[in-house]
Design a protein around this ligand. Structure first.
Ligand code: KIV
Length: 264
């Protein structure tokens, strides 16, 4: 696959080809995932839930994110590594610079942060200083207490219009990628067309340029009921490596997600 860069991903979007993103938190899984044809590994702050057992991502610290990013870097075989800035680690542009520096030094190639208009200046400053940024819109789990739960976002006309405007403005501010979580499939398709940067979706239908899932969810080992947008790739695969390969193949072939995994 060669070393994946932003240039690779933008070229895939321009060619109308899909790419795969999967969360990773340690060296062993990083090795398996990056040899399975997955272009981007996300060291997600979802680790606060799937590794630490918390009921939200809020307790995760920059130090913990840096620890797991370094572990993922150690196992990586050429995928791009994206790392989440955790809750309240980018409340001001100055905090964002320090937090991003810690994750980039640990091995991230791009950082992800959640939010819209208030992040314009931060994104511009980070990009100018050599830190590519993926902006996360839609359901932003760090704001679960404001949103009142893990709910689909952008269903009302005003909210949908606002999300399209936010996406375009974040691109203008310097975002290198966008991630849309739990957004109606039609809206996610519109946003994907409205911007030139690659758009990754989770619970956002089949029209985005890429898909991401939390590794534990797609292996079927997360306790409790799976969200609608998750497919268990272990069911038809002989082993974990096979599940990662099947996921990458299905994303690229456009067979995952199906309409049943999306929201109206
Ligand atoms: O933290 C994470 O794993 C994420 C994905 C759910 C997109 O942000």
């Amino acid at each position: 696959m060669g070393n994946i860069t932003l240039h690779t991903l933008t070229a895939l979007k321009q060619a109308g080809k899909k790419f795969a993103v999967l969360t990773a938190y340690d060296a062993c899984f990083s090795h398996l995932i990056s040899t399975a044809g997955v272009e981007v590994m996300l060291v997600g702050d979802s680790l606060g839930m799937v590794l630490q057992g918390n009921d939200s991502t809020l307790p995760v610290t920059v130090e913990e994110m840096a620890y797991h990013t370094a572990a993922v870097k150690a196992g990586n075989q050429g995928s791009m590594i994206m790392a989440d800035l955790p809750f309240m680690s980018y409340g001001t542009p100055e905090q964002a610079m320090d937090s991003a520096a810690a994750l980039m030094s640990a091995g991230a190639h791009i950082i992800k942060l959640e939010g819209a208009a208030w992040l314009d200046e931060t994104i511009t400053l980070l990009a100018e200083r050599g830190v590519p940024v993926c902006a996360h819109l839609g359901l932003t789990p760090q704001a679960v207490n404001v949103l009142g739960g893990y709910k689909v976002q952008g269903r009302e006309n005003n909210a949908a219009k606002q999300m399209i405007e936010d996406a375009v403005r974040l691109e203008q501010a310097g975002a290198a990628m966008l991630l849309l979580e739990c957004v109606p499939s039609l809206l996610a398709g519109e946003i994907t067309k409205a911007v030139d940067i690659p758009v990754i979706g989770i619970g956002a239908g089949a029209e985005t340029d890429a898909q991401v899932l939390v590794m534990h969810d797609m292996l079927g080992i997360t306790p409790g009921r799976s969200p609608k947008f998750v497919k268990n790739f272990m069911t038809d695969s002989g082993d974990i490596a096979g599940a990662f390969e099947a996921y990458a193949d299905e994303v690229k072939a456009g067979t995952f997600p199906g309409t049943e995994h999306g929201f109206e």
